[in-house]
Design a protein around this ligand. Structure first.
Ligand code: KDG
Length: 358
């Protein structure tokens, strides 16, 4: 064989080796990207693309992968996949699949497996969930835990059945605080005319109107651009959401109003749940509860850290006890008004349960 042919054969052999080596590293990169929760731009959401014949459980959340809710969802994934080969959990953050309300509708239609929304959009399915939106009612996280982890929380979960939904655990969104780009807000008088985005929930809308603001209901996924374009002056969310969503880039003022404690509710479609065997249900339920405990713990740690970080780029106003009492007095008519829309009995039971745990 002459030298030229020998050289060509060796060149082809080396090229085959090089191509084989390149093919092996892309899987690793995919795994690394997946572990980071997909593309930061939100183009990909799967935290770990489903593979093999395990049943894929997609978890849809609205917040991004810097938020304690995402940490909780990844803990759920870890716990389920440790306990069973029957499931592959994929976490889709930043509303990549749908916003809260649409995601719940997808569970009902069987086109999505799991979502963990705020309770506020749930009033579109179960009016009684509006109790959690009654402003200045839950005083602290300890009372929130006792309320949700006790008989009252169980009663609220039971209401999901008629909606084709199963509630597996209470997670935490947290105490909501006001931001805006117009003025410092330390009293109810400062709210006059501010265009405030609220969740799609009439209790929130009426409460901010009663306080003198000009509220607009809007899905969470539309909020950042609405503030960026000046469609709204402000919004209200817990500090971890404000910080992780980079609202400080489009908002100048933050106020410690703590006006509402919002739970997250871990939901699965009822038909999907009833198709699981007892062992599978136990694995998923226990993982949802344990991941929820982790989520609450992280949310409380991050809330303090987030506020300190927000103070570095926003003007923070602490609301005095005296001004907080004026906020409470101003919205009291809203609590009375919405006893008829939420349900008189459930509102009275909610308020009595809070008083019992205070
Ligand atoms: O994942 C939860 C979010 O979609 C949303 O519920 C956050 O509190 C929220 C809001 O203001 O919509």
């Amino acid at each position: 064989m002459n030298n030229k042919k020998w050289f060509m054969m060796m060149l082809v052999f080396v090229l085959i080796l090089v191509l084989a080596a390149c093919g092996g590293s892309s899987d690793g990169e995919d795994e690394d990207a997946a572990a980071d929760g997909g593309d930061e731009s939100g183009d990909e959401g799967a935290s770990d693309e489903g593979s093999g014949d395990a049943q894929t459980l997609r978890v849809s959340i609205g917040v991004n992968n810097d938020h304690p809710e995402y940490e909780g969802a990844m803990k759920f994934k870890e716990l389920v996949e440790e306990q069973s080969d029957d499931f592959e959990v994929e976490v889709y953050h930043s509303g990549q699949i749908a916003d809260d309300r649409a995601a719940v509708e997808m569970l009902q239609m069987g086109t999505l497996e799991i979502t963990i929304p705020s309770t506020s959009p749930m009033v579109n399915f179960i009016p009684e969930y509006g109790v959690f939106d009654l402003p200045f009612t839950i005083p602290n996280e300890e009372v929130a835990d006792k309320l949700l982890d006790g008989e009252f929380g169980d009663k609220m979960i039971d209401m999901l059945d008629d909606q084709g939904l199963v509630g597996l655990a209470w997670w935490e969104n947290g105490f909501r605080n006001l931001t805006n780009n117009t003025r410092a807000v330390g009293s109810v008088d400062d709210l006059n005319g501010l265009k405030i985005r609220t969740m799609e929930n009439d209790v929130h809308l009426d409460a901010w109107s009663e306080m003198g603001a000009n509220p607009t209901p809007m899905a969470f996924t539309e909020l950042f651009s609405a503030m960026q374009q000046g469609t709204v002056d402000g919004q209200e969310n817990p500090y971890p959401t404000i910080e992780s969503s980079n609202y400080y880039e489009v908002q100048d003022y933050v106020s410690g109003t703590n006006h509402v404690y919002t739970p997250f509710i871990f939901l699965m479609g009822k038909d999907l749940w009833e198709g699981l065997d007892d062992e599978q249900q136990q694995i998923i339920q226990e993982a949802a509860v344990e991941a929820g405990e982790f989520n609450r713990e992280r949310n409380r740690e991050v809330a303090d850290e987030s506020l300190e970080e927000l103070k570095e780029s926003m003007e923070y106003t602490e609301v005095t006890d005296e001004e907080m009492e004026r906020f409470r007095e101003t919205v009291q008519p809203i609590i009375e008004k919405h006893k008829s829309t939420i349900g008189e009995d459930i509102v009275e039971e909610y308020l009595a349960e809070i008083e019992k745990h205070e």
